[in-house]
Design a protein around this ligand. Structure first.
Ligand SMILES: Cc1cc2nc3c(=O)[nH]c(=O)nc-3n(C[C@H](O)[C@H](O)[C@H](O)COP(=O)(O)O)c2cc1C
Length: 166
């Protein structure tokens, strides 16, 4: 069996940023492995490797923000996804524009397609990631924005629609 690492990049994924806050210090990390799992109750999952700083903070605070990046936010993806909050304060510069959440302690990001505020429902250790199941307790959408897409390690804007599902 070949190494799965070579094949996972064939999934075309939305790019999200997970936000957390502990002791008044916010942190954020990029996650492409995030999807919805249930409408009622409203549940989403994000898969986070245990070595991430964000992982430990979710384990402690039991809540997180999940922001679907817009196609003009690639720089945020790179900023939040290539360095650890263990080493730097990712919110110290101009790169990310946080705004206070309505329910959770962590801020969410401005300018995204969707921002969700989640309370941790379950953490399931699975292989080399932890599956964090979050119950969405607040949500906001900007219908004027389109999502940033990741495929084979490159970022894309959505192309033209080729058909309709509904
Ligand atoms: C486009 C992109 C997608 C990523 N997706 C994930 C992911 O789904 N799960 C994960 O654990 N790390 C993912 N990462 C890596 C983390 O974002 C990265 O290790 C980050 O620096 C962790 O930050 P932290 O230590 O402050 O939590 C991704 C990075 C990028 C750039």
């Amino acid at each position: 069996m070949e190494d799965l690492t070579k094949f996972t990049s064939e999934f075309a994924e939305s790019v999200t940023v997970v936000t957390v806050e502990k002791d008044g210090r916010p942190n954020a990390m990029t996650a492409a492995w995030a999807v919805p799992v249930s409408h009622r109750p409203p549940l989403v999952v994000v898969h986070i490797a245990p070595q991430r700083h964000t992982h430990d903070i979710i384990m402690e605070t039991k809540e997180f923000g999940l922001c679907i990046l817009a196609d003009d936010q690639m720089d945020i993806s790179q900023h939040a996804g290539t360095i650890s909050g263990k080493k730097v304060d990712k919110f110290s510069g101009e790169a990310m524009k946080p705004r206070p959440s309505r329910v959770i302690g962590a801020p969410v990001l401005d300018g995204c397609v969707v921002t969700m505020e989640c309370k941790l429902e379950k953490a399931i250790s699975m292989g080399d990631h932890t599956i964090f199941v979050g119950r969405v307790v607040a949500i906001e959408r900007d219908p004027g924005k389109k999502p940033l897409i990741l495929h084979r390690g490159a970022y894309y804007k959505l192309g033209e629609a080729v058909g309709k599902y509904y």
